[in-house]
Design a protein around this ligand. Sequence first.
Ligand code: FMN
Length: 428
Amino acid sequence: MSASRSVLLIIGGGIAAYKVLELIRRLKDHGIASRCILTKAGEEFVTPLAVSSLAGERCFTDLFSLTDEADIGHIALSRSTDLVVVAPATADLIAKMATGLANDLASTALLATDKRILIAPAMNPRMWEHPATRRNMAQLETDGVLVVGPNSGAMAERGENGPGRMAEPHELLAAIEQALAGETRLSPVGAIGFLGRNPGGPSGAPKLLAGKRVLITSGPTHEPIDPVRYIANRSSGKQGHAIAAAAAAAGASVILVSGPVAIADPEGVTTIHVESARDMLAAVEGALPADIAIFAAAVADWRVAEEAPGKLKKRAGAGAPALALVENPDILATISAREIDRPALVVGFAAETDHVIDHARAKLAKKGCDLIVANDVGGTGVMGGDANTVHLVTSDNVETWPTLPKGEVASRLIAHLAAMPQASETER
Ligand SMILES: Cc1cc2nc3c(=O)[nH]c(=O)nc-3n(C[C@H](O)[C@H](O)[C@H](O)COP(=O)(O)O)c2cc1C
C-alpha cells in the first residue's frame, strides 16, 4: 500500500455494507489506504469487485485461498495495517469476536491481529438489545475494542425504529482518524461508541471524570398526533447540552441522547438524535452501560393513544377531535430500577412551577434516582433562557445555587457529581 496510513477493513453481512463503499472513498481522500476482507455474508450485500475497485487492490474473501496465503498469509494480513476496522459489525461478527471464534478469514484475522480494533455495530434494535449482544459488547469493552455508533433511528425493516443504525461514513472516518492518531485517552468503550474527539476538553478543565462513561439526555420530545402535528414542550436543550459539553471537558466519554433542538451538537460528544419518548428510552437503553446517567431532557409525560395515519381534517359541524392520551415510558424510573447495567449514579431533572423542593423530594423517592436537580420554570424564562436557578436534592440534603448561566450550572454540576461517592463506582 502506498499511503502512509492503512486500515484493514472487515466488511460483515449487513445492509449497511453499502456505506462502507463510501467510507473507502473518503479514507482514500484522507490518505488512508484500505485493504479489505469481505465475509461470505458480506458478499450478499456488496461485491468484491466494487470493494476492490474502490480500494485499488484485491479484496480478500477466503481463508483457504492458496493465492491469498502465497501473497500475504492471514496472519500477515491482520498485522500489516495500522488499525483493524469492522463495518458493519454484525451481531454474528461481534459474537465471534467476543468468544474468540476463528472459522473464516475475517474472524481469524481478528483473532490474529496485534493491532487495535474499531467496530461499527449495525443491526436490528432487538438484536442490539438482546442480552447476548449486550454480554458480547461488554466482553469487547473489557478486551479494549473501540466502538463507534450505532446511531438510533429508522431501520431498513419497515416500522422498526431504535438503536442499531451503523455510524455514517463521516462519523466512521472521524473515529478512524482518532484511533490512528493513537490518542492515549481513547478508552475502551461499551455499547455505544465513544471516541474522545475532545479528549483533553477545550478549556483545560480538570479531568474529574477521566475514564468515566456518562450518558445524558437533553431537549424536549415530540409526540406525534398525526403526520404533521405533535405534542411538545418549550425545552431548548441548552442545559442538557451544556452538561454534555462540561462532562466531555472533564475527560468523560459522553453519549448525548437529544430530542429535537435548534442548537448544535456539542463538540467531543457522541450525539444520538431522537424524536419521541419511546425513541429516547430505546436510545438510552442501547447506550448502556454507563457510569453516570443524567436525565436532563423534558420528556413528554403523555402521547396520543393512537397516532392518526393521515392528517386530521377539520370537518364542518364535527367539532374538534378528542385526543385520548396515554402515559409515556418513564425513562428516569426505568433506568433507576434496572437490576443489570444500572449506572452507579443516576441524576434526574425536575422542572416545577410550584413547591419545587417538595416535588423534587417526592420525585427522588418515587423514581429511585440518586439526585434530583430541581428548577423553578414558572414564568422565569428558564425554558429556552440562558440562566438557571437550581436546587440539588438528595435523600438527606438540599443545596440551592444562585442563578447562574447554564454553562456555569453545567460545570458546577459536573464537579459536584464527580465528588459524589457513586462517581467512584462503576455501573452496577
Ligand atoms: C437482508 C438481510 C439484512 C441483514 N442485516 C443484518 C444487519 O444489519 N446486522 C446483522 O447483525 N445481521 C444482519 N443480517 C444477518 C447476517 O447477514 C447474518 O447473521 C450473517 O451470518 C452475518 O455474517 P457475518 O458474520 O459475515 O457478518 C441480515 C440478513 C439479511 C438477509
